[in-house]
Design a protein around this ligand. Structure first.
Ligand code: BDR
Ligand code: CA
Length: 312
């Protein structure tokens, strides 16, 4: 199986992404989960990550708390999307599994130093703070990363937190600039693709009718989570942003994108956190990311439903 670290700010869609990974042990070995401040503050994201591991029947998974705020700017959160706990919707028990003592950034550094070069993939579902801090503190680990697959940014779909920026990149644009400039192979799931991964009524009911605790929780999470996008965009259900990252690891042929140059705006207040994506190759700058634009939504939901069915 492919060794991964999941870096996350759960978040209902983060939760579904984590469940998909934990439901797929033959393909994916989750070395650890590092929480970061994002959708809600760190104390809640670190807690939510553990709630999800226990829901999946995997209390032995190591969960670490990472950075509690962006590198330079004050934290911006998204309770208006995810609710006060970040995981509003289902009623799930408090976690009993421990939070690891080690800092999430130290865990990332130690793991990449220990494992063979090119064998660990970083799956990033929130602001890029933990990853950028690890790269700053231990530049030797950068070349050891196999690949970074992340949810963030937007091109034709522009922004969801400001007119120009997507939330994960906007919250810590300075960290995003470090990661996009690091020279590591990058796969980016921007809003352009995640807005096509819509949980319609029928798809929610398919999760619920699995009848297992995980399927019911996924249905209840998306019931809550779809409110925001339905009102805002008039879309048919909620976009499952972050599960695009873990689905890509399992079935990359569900996705289509283009290898292009992407730079992060860190100066302008108006367009802060914008992913300036050179889709037409007009800049002459070197490609640094596979920017994904499309997916087979039916195939994606078939995979997700089949895997969630395997969980408790
Ligand atoms: C991203 O922001 C968060 O609200 C979601 O969890 C996702 O990672 C979408 O812009
Ligand atoms: Ca997220």
């Amino acid at each position: 199986p492919r060794k991964i670290i999941i870096d996350t700010d759960p978040g209902q869609d983060d939760a579904v992404a984590i469940l998909l990974a934990l439901a797929s042990p033959e393909e994916i070995d989750v070395l650890g989960i590092t929480a970061v401040a994002g959708n809600v503050p760190l104390s809640l994201t670190a807690r939510n990550a553990r709630i999800i591991c226990e829901l999946a029947g995997r209390p032995e998974v190591k969960v670490f708390a990472g950075c509690d705020r962006p590198m330079i700017r004050p934290l911006v959160t998204a309770e208006h999307v995810h609710g006060q706990t970040g995981l509003n919707g289902p009623v799930l028990p408090d976690p009993t599994m421990p939070l690891q003592d080690q800092h999430g950034v130290d865990f990332i550094i130690e793991t990449l130093r220990r494992e063979d070069a090119g064998t660990v993939t970083l799956c990033v579902l929130g602001p890029l703070t933990n990853i950028a801090m690890a790269f700053k503190m231990a530049p030797d680990i950068v070349e050891k990363v196999e690949e970074i697959v992340l949810m963030g940014g937007a091109y034709f779909e522009v922004g969801n937190i400001t007119p120009a920026a997507e939330f994960n990149i906007y919250v810590d644009p300075d960290a995003a600039a470090v990661v996009f400039g690091a020279g590591v192979p990058l796969v980016v799931m921007p809003l352009d693709v995640t807005h096509k991964a819509l949980v319609t009524r029928a798809r929610i009911e398919a999760f619920r009718s699995l009848g297992n605790a995980s399927g019911i929780a996924v249905a209840e999470m998306t019931d809550f989570f779809e409110r925001f996008d339905k009102e805002k965009y008039g879309s048919d259900g909620a976009p499952l942003h972050d599960p695009c990252v873990t689905a890509y690891l399992l079935q990359p042929d569900l996705f289509q994108g283009r290898q292009i140059n992407v730079e992060i705006e860190t100066g302008s207040e108006l367009t802060l956190g914008m992913t300036v994506a050179d889709w037409w190759g007009v800049s002459g700058r070197k490609d640094n990311a596979l920017f994904v634009g499309n997916l087979d939504a039916d195939g994606f939901f078939a995979l997700l439903t089949e895997r969630i069915a395997r969980l408790p």
